[in-house]
Design a protein around this ligand. Structure first.
Ligand SMILES: [Zn+2]
Ligand SMILES: [Zn+2]
Length: 243
């Protein structure tokens, strides 16, 4: 499976990541990627950027060294209603919105509560993908999550970092989500969740899971620029259907 886009990348702006946008784009070009998404943590992450950071991403070119650059966020889900830590006008100005549960920002509760929180975040019309849904720190009902992802047309991430250095114990949960995504036809998004430029473009662990469950490249949005843009462009339809 050829992956052309790394859609989950952090920069120094996240407060606990160690490369600049320029270093990240350079690394992506060297890896032969066609597109990256800069997705720093939302403002509620300790050490994370102020909301203004997301309002000025227009200062960053849309393409450098042959690599298209999507301006985005990895927003924090901050309550059981699924609210995010970035206002709607900011979300609307971004190319891509990832949303995820993080221990310092998101309440943790029963499987039912966590599942409802994640489903509620998917109902936000600006949310394009839920990141690391297989995080064992936030147990969810995977079948409910996958069915909701289909209903709201939100992609579910197989996070390469979860299978290497972060969120220890994620693999069986990620495998379950992958199997269910295949069964129900939910879209999958791959991200390295790079916090240092050299991690960019390494999807090796995530692809092991895609291969194991014989996931069709059609379900994976990172397989072509067209697939990525088609997924992101559906947000205008979602927005109008919500209003
Ligand atoms: Zn981080
Ligand atoms: Zn995250």
């Amino acid at each position: 499976m050829k992956i052309v886009a790394d859609l989950h990348i952090h920069t120094v702006a996240s407060g606990h990541a160690y490369s600049t946008i320029l270093e990240n784009v350079t690394a992506a070009a060297e890896k032969g990627l066609e597109m990256i998404a800069i997705t720093d943590h939302g403002p509620d992450m300790p050490g994370g950027p102020h909301a203004y950071h997301f309002g000025n991403l227009k200062a960053v070119p849309a393409e450098l060294f042959g690599v298209r650059i999507l301006k985005g966020v990895e927003a924090n889900v901050i309550d059981h209603e699924g609210n995010l830590d970035l206002a709607e006008d900011r979300l609307a100005s971004l190319d891509i919105v990832l949303a995820g549960l993080h221990t310092v920002c998101s309440p943790n509760g029963s499987v039912a509560k966590n599942t409802q929180m994640m489903v509620n975040a998917m109902k936000n019309p600006w949310v394009d993908a839920i990141v690391h849904p297989g995080n064992p720190e936030y147990l969810v009902d995977a079948e409910t999550i996958v069915k909701a992802a289909v209903e709201y047309d939100v992609a579910l991430e197989i996070n390469n970092s979860s299978l290497k250095v972060s969120r220890v114990g994620s693999r069986p949960y990620c495998e379950n989500i992958a199997a269910l995504a295949k069964q129900y036809g939910a879209k999958i998004i791959l991200g390295t969740d790079s916090h240092f430029a050299l991690a960019i473009g390494d999807f090796s662990k995530a692809i092991e899971i895609l291969d194991k469950y014989k996931i069709s490249p059609d379900l994976v949005i990172n397989t072509s620029i067209e697939n990525v843009l088609r997924h992101l462009n559906r947000r205008s339809n979602r927005k109008s259907s919500v209003n």
